[in-house]
Write a protein that binds this ligand. Structure first.
Ligand code: CP3
Length: 365
């Protein structure tokens, strides 16, 4: 791996050596990300470390979500406990897409049952042009959390992550969760220069934050573009895809799988597959076998059980899991997951069963 890479215009990153042992590299999760043959279909769940877990809820009586996510020891405890309880093939770092914004000096809070709230939303071009440069040294607690998690995971690969620029911009511009993205779209259409500048600032942050997680031992990176499906194909192609390509191009020398996930992206998957991501995560609206036809053989697919299925009783869950495995188990470039995060009402034993069923399903040679 080269010591230094300059892929993002004008930005250089010294990636150094990535940690992570050989045990990690032979894992079925990483093999499937790379499309290599492996023994069983790998499985993990988005939001597997979270509120549906009794152990997590117990911690939350003593700490806020942000206190947990800012303590390396507690990050590692929550990250590792999900893997121990569920016997899944990958861990996802306990953190949030908002956390790296600490490094841009943006003040926000995470409100119970609401989500992220930004103190001073970025509405005017001047708000964007006045942003200070990203300081990743304010995020050492994340990278220490990664290193501690990797140590405790003893060979199970850890997925580091970041929000993708459009999804992050939606919180920064709206000031919180939104259904319409009214302000974000208005900025994008009325002030394209300021929107471009915001995306570039977020790209630089995302690249550095992800590279630092890999340096600390993360074995894969996932970019969450949860809300990008709200855009038209044309707006995605012209205003978002170029930024995504720069991010993945800059991360490529790290040599780890690069997962790109979004919700409601049926109309975007052909474009997303051209982003440079090596794995595409899909929600339940898109049939995985159809997506395979659209994206071709050289990109891995991840997904996509409807999370509501976990709440619908044993017959529905088993039918949902089986239908997906019948379609995808013989595909070496496939990872089982949900189509979005685990609902907070989920019975943990249902998730344990789903993981076990995926592992027991005969993988045709
Ligand atoms: O859900 C997604 O679409 C994935 C991408 C995403 C994350 N955070 C990743 C994440 C998004 C869109 C967010 C923003 C956010 N942060 C929301 C959604 C608000 C909305 O607009 O609907 C919320 C509720 C938060 C706050 C948050 N994040 C809490 C309270 C927690 C703790 C765990 C839980 O389940 O309650 C998180 C953790 C979190 N957010 C993780 C990730 C990848 C780590 C845990 C894991 O995935 O196992």
């Amino acid at each position: 791996m080269p010591d230094k890479d300059c892929n993002l215009d004008g930005l250089c990153y010294n990636f150094g050596d990535a940690k992570g042992g050989s045990q990690v590299n032979t894992s079925r999760f990483l093999k499937a990300c790379r499309g290599e043959p492996h023994d069983q279909v790998p499985v993990w769940f988005m939001r597997q470390a979270g509120r549906y877990q009794p152990s997590y809820r117990a911690l939350r009586t003593r700490y806020t979500m942000l206190e947990l996510a800012r303590s390396p020891r507690l990050i590692a405890d929550v990250t590792v406990e999900a893997v121990r309880m569920l016997d899944v093939d990958a861990a996802i770092l306990f953190s949030d897409i908002m956390i790296p914004l600490d490094g841009l000096g943006i003040r926000y809070d995470i409100r119970e049952n609401v989500g992220p709230i930004v103190e001073s939303p970025l509405r005017r071009p001047a708000d964007i042009h006045g942003m200070p440069p990203f300081q990743s040294d304010r995020l050492e607690f994340v990278y220490e959390g990664v290193a501690l998690s990797v140590e405790k995971l003893a060979g199970v690969p850890l997925i580091g992550f970041a929000g993708a620029p459009f999804t992050l911009a939606s919180y920064l511009v709206e000031g919180g969760p939104s259904r319409t993205y009214q302000e974000t779209k208005a900025l994008m259409w009325n002030h394209p220069g300021a929107f471009y500048a915001l995306m570039e600032r977020l790209c630089a942050m995302v690249v550095e934050h992800c590279a630092n997680q890999v340096k600390a031992g993360a074995a894969a990176i996932q970019l969450f573009d949860s809300w990008v499906g709200a855009l038209s194909q044309e707006d995605y192609r012209t205003l978002i895809l170029p930024h995504m390509r720069k991010i993945f191009e800059a991360l490529k020398p790290l040599g780890v799988p690069l997962i790109y996930f979004g919700i409601g992206t049926q109309h975007l998957i052909a474009e997303m597959a051209r982003s440079g991501a090596t794995v595409l995560g899909l929600d339940w609206r898109t049939a995985l076998s159809q997506a395979r036809g659209v994206v071709g053989p050289s990109i891995a697919l991840m997904g996509n059980l409807d999370p509501q299925c976990l709440l619908a009783g044993p017959v529905a869950v088993q039918a949902g899991v089986t239908a997906i495995l019948d379609a995808m188990a013989r595909d070496d470039a496939y990872i089982f997951n949900l189509g979005h995060g685990v609902p907070k009402e989920t019975d943990p034993t249902v998730l344990q069963k789903v993981a076990a069923w995926v592992h027991q399903y005969p993988k045709p040679g």
